[in-house]
Structures are given as structure tokens and as C-alpha cells.
Design a protein around this ligand. Structure first.
Ligand code: COA
Ligand code: AMP
Length: 622
């Protein structure tokens, strides 16, 4: 079927389309009720189907002749370790881990927080939760204790799984003190904390609460898969919104499994048995979907890489992994390629490896800027496919459907809407815009399977944030346009979310933190363009009127406050002290104008500006 036919079929009759795709996974009980509306008026997929995601990812393959095939390859240049798991081995580890969780009282519907680096135990923990029908919430290791604490309070987990440390290139980051601090400041503490001791750091244990991972695994009885409903939750993944409180995006088992399975073939052109590598982190949505769930559900071999694109040991690291394991498709964030390009512009390091196995490179997480796209395509001579998605959807909204009908890529475009996503560009009033007119990228309901159906514990926030701006549409928070050929161009967020090195962060949250400094009267944080990381946060700060202030000391304090509250990934390193902020007469800070000014882009000074001199003053400081 052509892309156009497939897409049209998904829009004309979504229920039939997804009922057909649902046949590709092994349900315990086939769904009859394909798309239903719940008591909150939210549409949900496969409500009466019964399945288990861990069964689909592991047992199904063991039972169907893939037991001896590699399921997971762990490659860790930072610890100089490599380890492989066949489907049978991974299934047994996961069943044992599920048994360990069961021993600590975890049952269907309970939450388990996972705060782990990129080690196999992170994936094993996720799949073990899925096996019990428990809901995992993975917290990215680069987040500081207050961020972990907020998630503990919101998800109220019964158990927390962690490791003694993570390793950032050569720096050992001890996790346990961070976990202890998070539990100290959080109003909710899990009853049990299970710690994997790594040789690089020895975590101190609190008797009664903390348990050793290895001992627990040795003593555990393997646990079977618990059937769950299609609409039961698989996980909660917190993501940055416009305020300090992150949003707990919820993912349902049924829709997720169906979408994951479909995407592996239709988007990534992968066949069972082939090797797929998403060079991301299990703490982000890309890691959930394409390091753990989709490749395994599809019967592929997945690579879990504990390292960086550069420095571990050099910019040839990705190409080494690809050639060593026969990776067919690589997926990572453009920032990783920009880092490689900086160190190995001529592709010399890559040329030392046999990359004939590599058929495609996929990029997402932030805009794939045309210079990086051109360089990638010219240097590695394989199709480079940008695709656009977000935590909320769990898979691509727009992509080049390589397994369906490859299309000629266009630099700067993530190509076309994925079947199931009725993408439309709307103006302020909700009117549909024509080709080449830029507006708010929205998706006409129903959303396809896998997309969020609520914010954990706050369905009203879900409706307000996503569904109420335009009736009958989901707003993505991104702006962009379709060109005359129907190619979609993503031009960036229209809210206070920024993307720093592929990490999604909230400038609103940073403003809240900076605003808490006793000397700060008000501030604005924007994302300024950055050659390596795509965007970097930058603060404009107005101080209270106090004599004899040490401006450089305050700046340092602001930088360390953001690092301590959010974590090193926030990369907030620049705070400019200004006399006043440019505002409209109604008091709205002109953040967009500030951003254009900092980036050196053209801008028009809004007629509503209160005092144009405020902008001139800042311009003089830059
Ligand atoms: N645990 C603890 N700290 C972490 C961390 C983790 N899991 N991940 C990052 N950090 C720290 C880094 O050490 C760094 O600390 P520093 O300020 O003390 O140096 C800080 O957070 C910023 O990290 P990062 O944004 O990763 O920048 P970097 O300069 O260390 O590396 C790149 C730059 C391009 C190599 C790196 O950003 C990268 O590999 N990006 C790919 C991103 C990605 O995979 N995104 C997922 C979406 S697909
Ligand atoms: P996250 O939820 O962390 O995956 O971040 C999602 C956001 O990243 C999107 O809303 C976009 O702003 C941005 N993003 C992701 N993929 C792309 C892409 N291919 N092109 C442009 N922006 C992207």
C-alpha cells in the first residue's frame, strides 16, 4: 500500500485501521471495543483487550523460536564492559526481577520509580514492572534531588529502584546520596529502596528500607505475566511543561504495544532479528519506546549504550558500535551528530569501520538543522531521516515512512504525518491555514494509539493543556507549516519549553527558581540558539534595589541554584543582570523579542511595548 492510501485509510476509518494493526500483537484476549470514550470524555483504545507488554517483548519470542537470539546488547565504554542477553536470558532476568518486586509487595497498578543509569538493570526493571502490571516511572539520572522528589510525591511509588552510581565519561556520580536527599525532602517516601551496587561506588544502606539488588534477585521466585486491560497504564513519564510542576504523561499498555509494533516496520523498516540502536537514555521517551519496548516487541536486537557520542573515547564511538554489532538503523538526537561533526568533520574516524550494515540514520528530539543534515547525508551516504515526536505521543507524529514508501527527504522537514495523526496547522482562532502559512501544529481527534490519555492524577490539567485550546484538536505546543507538497516543517515550541542537547526543559521552571533568590526582583529565561546543543537557557535578571551588590556573586548563585534544583542537564550558565525587562503595556515580558535579539534574528518591536528603551539597554549589554 502506498503512504497516501495507508494515511487516508487511517483518517477515514481509524477504528478499522487500528483494529487491523492490533492483529499484529499477541493479545491474551482480543479487543472488541476498539475506540471508546471514558467518563471524562477522553477517547481510549482497546479498552476491553487483555495483554501483557512484558509477554509481548519477551515470552512471546521465547515461545516462538527466538529464545537464543540476542535481545539486548549492553555496551559500556565508561566501564569497559560488554554483555549480551538472549531473549531467554532476558526473560528469565525480568521474571526474577518481577519476583523480587512481588516479594516487596508490588502488585498490579502500584507505581515503581526507577532512577538508574544506562545499565541493563534499568531495562530489566521496566519490563519487570510491566510483567506485574505495575506502573513504572523512570526518572532521568541527570535530574537533581528536588526533581526526583517532585516525582516521588506525584507518583507515590511503593518501591524505588536505583544503582550506586552513574558514570559521566570518567566522572562517577553517586546516586544514593541523591536518592536519600530526594526521600528526605519529599512528602512521600517509598517503603522499599532496592540498590544495585556497582564496583565504581559503594552505596550506604538504610537498614529496613534499603535492600541489595543482587541478594534480592538471588532469592526471588520468577513471576509470571499478569494480564492487564488495554487501557491499564504501563508507565508514567514526567516531562517539562510551562510551569515548575512536571506533567506525568501516562501511557496505556494496549495502544502503546500496537503503535510500537506498527512503527518498527512502517517507520524504521526493521524486520525481526535485525539490530536496532537508539542512542538515547532510558530516562527519556526515546529510550522507553526505542531502546526498550519497540525493538523487543518487534523481535529485534536492541543496543543499550552507556557512553557519549564523543569522549568515550572519541567521536568514532558510534561507528564502532554500529560495525561491531551490525546495527541496521541508528536513531539519536541531532546534538549528538553536531558533537561528532565538531570532532570528526571529515568522517575520518568513521571510515575506519565497516558500516555496510547501516541502512538508515534517524534523528529526533530537536530540529535537525540543515547544515547538520547535509553533513550527515554527505559523510555517511545513507538516508538521514528526521522525524518529529514528543513524550506525549510516545512515537513519531511526522516521519518519512521508510518501511511503507520512502519519500525524497527535504532538508529542514520531518516529512509527512504518520498514519493516524491528522495533523493540521491552525491560527489563533482555530482556523485551518493554507500551505506555507505558519501556525500552531495540532492533531485532529482522535489521536492514534499510544498517545497520552491524561496527566497522572490530573485529568483536568490534561484537558486544559492539550484539548481545550481548539475544540476537537490536540495542541502539540510546536509551531510550523506544511509546504505545497505536504511536507511538514517544525519551527519550534510556541510555549516556555526549550530543548537543550535533546533534553526537554522548562524556562518557566527556571524562572521560578531564579525568582526565589532573595535579591531578584524579576526575571525572564529564554532559550538562545546554540551551535552544539541546539538551545541553551539564558536568564535576564532584574535585581532588587539594594546598594553594594556583588553582581558576579549573585550570577554564580543563580547558576548553582538552577543546577541544584533541576540538575546539571539544565545547563543554565548565563544570567545577564539588566535594569529592567522589556514588557508590553499590560505587563507581559517580551520573551520572543528578547530571543530574536539574542539570536541576531530580525524582529519588530511590538507597538504594545511599554518602553522601547528597555530593549535598547539590553542590546547594548549583549
Ligand atoms: N547523569 C548525571 N549527569 C548527567 C547525565 C546523567 N545521566 N546526563 C548528562 N549529565 C550532565 C553532564 O555531565 C553535564 O554536566 P556538566 O555541566 O557538569 O558538564 C550536564 O549534565 C549537561 O549534559 P549534556 O547536555 O549531555 O552535555 P555534555 O556537554 O555533557 O554532552 C553531548 C554533549 C552532545 C555529547 C550530549 O548532550 C549528548 O550525547 N546528547 C545526546 C542527547 C540525547 O541522547 N538525547 C535524548 C533524546 S533522543
Ligand atoms: P520530548 O517530549 O522530550 O521528546 O520533546 C518533544 C519536543 O522536541 C517537541 O515538542 C519538539 O519541540 C521537539 N522535537 C522533537 N523532535 C523534533 C524534530 N524532529 N524537529 C523539531 N523539533 C523536534
Amino acid at each position: 500500500m502506498s503512504y497516501q492510501e495507508e494515511f487516508q485509510a487511517s483518517i477515514d476509518n481509524p477504528e478499522k485501521f487500528w483494529a487491523d494493526k492490533a492483529q499484529d500483537i499477541d493479545w491474551f484476549k482480543q479487543p472488541q471495543n476498539i475506540l471508546s470514550t471514558d467518563e471524562h470524555g477522553i477517547q481510549r483504545w482497546f479498552a476491553d483487550g487483555e495483554l501483557n507488554t512484558s509477554h509481548l517483548a519477551l515470552d512471546y519470542h521465547v515461545d516462538n523460536g527466538r529464545g537464543d537470539q540476542l535481545a539486548l546488547i549492553y555496551d559500556s565504554p565508561v566501564t569497559d564492559q560488554k554483555k549480551t542477553f538472549t531473549y531467554l536470558e532476558l526473560r528469565d532476568e525480568v521474571a526474577r526481577c518481577a519476583g523480587m518486586l512481588k516479594h516487596h509487595g508490588v502488585t498490579k497498578g502500584d507505581r515503581v520509580v526507577i532512577y538508574m543509569p544506562m545499565i541493563p538493570e534499568a531495562a530489566i526493571s521496566m519490563l519487570a514492572c510491566a510483567r506485574l502490571g505495575a506502573i513504572h516511572s523512570v526518572v532521568f539520572g541527570g535530574f537533581a534531588p528536588p526533581e526526583l522528589a517532585v516525582r516521588l510525591e506525584d507518583a507515590t511509588p511503593k518501591v524505588l529502584l536505583t544503582a550506586s552510581c552513574g558514570i559521566e565519561v570518567a566522572r562517577v556520580i553517586e546516586y544514593k546520596p541523591l536518592v536519600d536527599e530526594a526521600m528526605r525532602i519529599s512528602s512521600h517516601s517509598p517503603e522499599t529502596c532496592i540498590v544495585l551496587q556497582r564496583p565504581q561506588a559503594d552505596a550506604s544502606m538504610l537498614a529496613g528500607r534499603d535492600h541489595d539488588w543482587r541478594e534480592g534477585m538471588e532469592n526471588a521466585e520468577p513471576a509470571d505475566c499478569v494480564p492487564v486491560k488495554g487501557t491499564d497504564l504501563l508507565y508514567i513519564l514526567y516531562t517539562s511543561g510551562t510551569t515548575g510542576k512536571p506533567k506525568g504523561v501516562v501511557r496505556e499498555n494496549g495502544g502503546h504495544a500496537v503503535a510500537m509494533k506498527y512503527s518498527m516496520n512502517a517507520i524504521y523498516d526493521m524486520k525481526p532479528g535485525e539490530v536496532y540502536w537508539a542512542a538515547s537514555d532510558v530516562g527519556w521517551v526515546v529510550g522507553h519506546s526505542y531502546i526498550v519496548y519497540a525493538p523487543l516487541i518487534h523481535g529485534c536486537t536492541t543496543v543499550l549504550y552507556e557512553g557519549k557520542p564523543i569522549m568515550t573515547p572519541d567521536a568514532g564511538a558510534f561507528w564502532r558500535v554500529i560495525s561491531e554489532y551490525g546495527v541496521k538503523a541508528l536513531f539519536t538526537a541531532p546534538t549528538a551528530f553536531r558533537a561528532i561533526k565538531k570532532e570528526d568533520a571529515s568522517g575520518e574516524l568513521a571510515s575506519q569501520y565497516d558500516l555496510s550494515c547501516l541502512k538508515t540514520i534517524f534523528a529526533a528530539g530537536e530540529r535537525l538543522d540543515p547544515p547538520t543534515y547535509d553533513w550527515l547525508r554527505d559523510t555517511y551516504k545513507v538516508p538521514v531521516l528526521d522525524h518529529w515526536w514528543q513524550t506525549e505521543t510516545g512515537w513519531a507524529i511526522a516521519a518519512n515512512m521508510h518501511g511503507l514508501e520512502p519519500m525524497p527527504p527535504k532538508s529542514g522537514s520531518s516529512t509527512v504525518p504518520v498514519p493516524g495523526f491528522n495533523v493540521q496547522i491552525l491560527d489563533d482562532q482555530g482556523n485551518q491555514l493554507k500551505a506555507n502559512e505558519q501556525g500552531y501544529i495540532s492533531v485532529k481527534l482522535p489521536l492514534p494509539p499510544s498517545c497520552l490519555t491524561s496527566i497522572w492524577g490530573d485529568v483536568e490539567r490534561f484537558k486544559e493543556a492539550y484539548l481545550e485550546t481548539y475544540s476537537g484538536y490536540f495542541v502539540t505546543g510546536d509551531g510550523g507549516y506544511f509546504d505545497e507538497d505536504g511536507y511538514l516543517f517544525i519551527m519550534g515550541r510556541v510555549d516556555d519549553v526549550i530543548n537543550v542537547a535533546g533534553h526537554r526543559l522548562s524556562t518557566g521552571e527556571m524562572e521560578e527558581i531564579v525568582g526565589r533568590h532573595p535579591m531578584v526582583a524579576e526575571c525572564a529565561v529564554i532559550g538562545r540558539r546554540d551551535e552544539l546543543k541546539g538551545q541553551m537557557p539564558m536568564g535576564f535578571v532584574v535585581l532588587k534595589n539594594v546598594a553594594d551588590v556583588d553582581v558576579s556573586l549573585i550570577t554564580k548563585e543563580l547558576v548553582s541554584m538552577v543546577r541544584e534544583e533541576i540538575g546539571a542537564v539544565a545547563a543554565f550558565k548565563e544570567a545577564l543582570i539588566v535594569a529592567r525587562l522589556p514588557k508590553t503595556r499590560s505587563g507581559k515580558i517580551l520573551r520572543k523579542t528578547l530571543r530574536c535579539m539574542v539570536d541576531g534574528d530580525e524582529y519588530t518591536v511590538p507597538s504594545t511595548i511599554e518602553d522601547p528603551a528597555a530593549l535598547d539597554e539590553i542590546k547594548a549589554l549583549l
